[in-house]
Design a protein around this ligand. Structure first.
Ligand code: IDP
Ligand code: MG
Length: 140
């Protein structure tokens, strides 16, 4: 049994389109528990930490511009294997290619910036989840 926590973000595109409830509905229907939730517009400093692994990528500037453009819903979820489980719910990074049935496949599309706007983020490992939760929920 691997009870885990994962950091989920409803990104500015998803928040602006009113998709927070739909994302939460899918998380809860899957059986994961909500542990914490907040709405905030992230600072570029927070995003530099959150996306540190991508700092040298060509899309990094565009990604930080997008992610700091408006409010996001940050959520900590909990459940056995919820890190892999939420990644499966989210679908692959590129919303054009993400499978129907997934959050990105059903709710996302290319709006002119390729894969940048893809509705949600989910932690990709227990180490990432711990690091990311400290950024978004320092009091948790
Ligand atoms: P993930 O969110 O599926 O884990 P990562 O490769 O970790 O995908 O990339 C982080 C985020 O950066 C993506 O969710 C997406 O918003 C953005 N991104 C990733 N690859 C590209 C790209 O090739 N062009 C533009 N944005 C990208
Ligand atoms: Mg990633």
């Amino acid at each position: 049994m691997t009870t885990e926590r994962s950091l989920v973000l409803v990104k500015p595109d998803g928040f602006a389109r009113g998709l927070t409830g739909e994302v939460i509905r899918r998380i809860e229907r899957k059986g994961y528990r909500l542990v914490a939730l907040r709405i905030l517009t992230p600072t570029r400093e927070m995003l530099g930490q959150h996306y540190a692994e991508h700092a040298e990528k060509p899309f990094f500037g565009e990604l930080v511009d997008f992610m700091s453009s408006g409010p996001v819903t940050a959520i900590v979820i909990e459940g056995n294997q919820c890190i892999a489980g939420f990644r499966s719910l989210a679908g692959t990074t590129d919303p054009t290619k993400a499978a129907p049935g997934t959050i990105r496949g059903d709710l996302g599309r290319d709006w002119g910036q390729g894969s940048t706007e893809n509705v949600v983020h989910g932690s990709d490992s227990p180490e990432s989840a711990a690091r990311e939760m400290a950024i978004w929920f320092p009091d948790l």
